[in-house]
Design a protein around this ligand. Structure first.
Ligand code: ZN
Length: 444
């Protein structure tokens, strides 16, 4: 955006550093993915060795990781580390002041509830953020997108705004096409559907639940179908039915991205297959293990563990996301030599049907919960059409002011017409298995 004039006036003598970083990072990401497997293996080994050596100087880390980087290889050292549950991650971060080597840049804090209902505040460096976002830009190349075309973005990750959307005009360096962005929760699903129909775009980026609601609305209300080439999704399971409906209604293929806030991108859909996801080997080591923590065989299902290779401030090593996937040593869809995942399961859903029949997207960020009380875990359960029970775990009995703040927050984000009962528990009765959903709606 602000690079526009730079590009027209300054090339070839000057190129903005963020542009140069994006182009070079994307080039490296694609080279590792498309090159011989020795390349990404050697690169991951070097990154792991660096990070383990640095962490090995920290007492808080050594208290957690009973193994050290010894004569074994970094990959073996990783395999000997304990599996890190979300509670472990939270306790590790709380045990020390965050720090990174100087060259990683400044730190910023983030809060997330992830898919587990256990809120965590963690830190990311400027370098980790840059590499995260540049992986998404590299995915434009992987999926063959023509960025001179317009892109519509319906997201939870934008502040509330005036008008129907925010417009970012095209800029010559990286994204020549215009981007239109709007906040998911600011509009009804029907309003999103009408907006998409009247604002043609080649690409749409949004969450699967919003996409599903928009497809239903277009069909039910017989809205003119916008013609879209690709829908870029994130955050939830994409099932084959949604892919088929998206093809029928919009003429678009879904290109899903698998990520978590603590690590960033973990896998990107294969450009030649709906079924497989290429592990983002230049950002993370992804493992799939059985209940005993052993790697599953090729084609078998297990729990996903992720090790972020750039997040030194709040390190995730063998981090258990509570997600389930099937493991492939290489991509069966296109033959790429990077490991691949399929049948991703266990992500959360946030859709609420209003009394007037409209479906709304509900998202309550961890910051909202933590702004009311230092909840250790929470879950919002819909008990009838107009009533919810907020279950939570808190170290101290909840105070009157914390109760009032929590109910006010829920009324603001879910709706003032609903009633909310608070239930302080010693533990949330999560269902058996590893799936934890922090929002339990009524079954349709
Ligand atoms: Zn592939």
């Amino acid at each position: 955006m602000q690079h526009q004039n730079n590009a027209l006036l300054s090339w070839p003598h000057e190129v903005p550093a963020p542009v140069a970083h994006t182009l070079l990072d994307a080039h490296f990401v694609r080279a590792l993915e498309l090159g011989p497997p020795e390349w990404w293996q050697q690169w991951q080994t070097a990154r792991l060795a660096e990070m383990l050596a640095w962490l090995g100087l920290k007492d808080w880390w050594n208290a957690w990781a009973t193994s050290r980087l010894g004569p074994s290889s970094p990959i073996e050292a990783l395999a000997s580390l304990p599996i890190m549950a979300r509670e472990d991650f939270r306790n590790l971060i709380a045990s020390h002041e965050p720090e990174v080597p100087l060259e990683h840049g400044k730190l910023s804090s983030y809060s997330t509830s992830g898919s587990s209902g256990v809120p965590v505040t963690f830190w990311r460096s400027e370098m980790a953020l840059r590499i995260n976002s540049n992986h998404y830009w590299a995915d434009h190349q992987r999926q063959g997108r023509d960025l001179t075309h317009r892109m519509a973005v319906i997201t939870a990750y934008v502040n509330s705004h005036d008008g129907t959307h925010l417009t970012a005009p095209g800029e010559l360096w990286l994204q020549p096409g215009e981007q239109m962005t709007r906040l998911i929760s600011q509009f009804t699903i029907a309003e999103h559907a009408f907006w998409l129909s009247s604002h043609p775009a080649a690409y749409l980026a949004t969450r699967p639940d919003l996409l599903s609601g928009v497809l239903s609305t277009i069909e039910t209300l017989k809205i003119h179908s916008p013609s879209i080439t690709q829908v870029l999704t994130y955050g939830q399971t994409v099932d084959p039915q949604l892919r088929e409906r998206t093809r029928q209604v919009l003429g678009a293929s879904i290109r899903d991205r698998y990520s978590c806030e603590e690590v960033g991108p973990m896998a990107f859909q294969c450009p030649e297959s709906d079924d497989y996801y290429h592990c983002a080997v230049s950002n993370a080591v992804v493992e799939v293990v059985d209940p005993q923590g052993r790697h599953v065989r090729d084609g078998a299902q297990g729990n996903v563990l992720v090790t972020g290779l750039h997040q030194w401030a709040s390190p995730t090593m063998r981090y258990d996301l509570g997600d389930i996937a099937t493991w492939h040593a290489r991509c069966p869809g296109c033959g790429s030599t990077v490991p691949a995942l399929s049948r991703l399961l266990g992500r959360k859903y946030f859709l609420l049907q209003r009394p007037n029949g409209e479906w709304h997207h509900i998202r309550i960020l961890a910051d909202e919960w933590l702004g009311c009380a230092p909840f250790r875990e929470y879950r919002l359960v819909q008990t009838s059409a107009m009533a919810f029970r907020a279950e939570f775990v808190l170290d101290q009995p909840i105070t009157e002011s914390q109760s009032q703040a929590t109910i006010a927050m829920l009324q603001r984000l879910v709706g003032p017409e609903y009633t909310f009962e608070l239930a302080q528990l010693s533990a949330i009765p999560w269902p058996p298995g590893r799936k934890r959903q922090e929002f339990v709606g009524l079954m349709p």
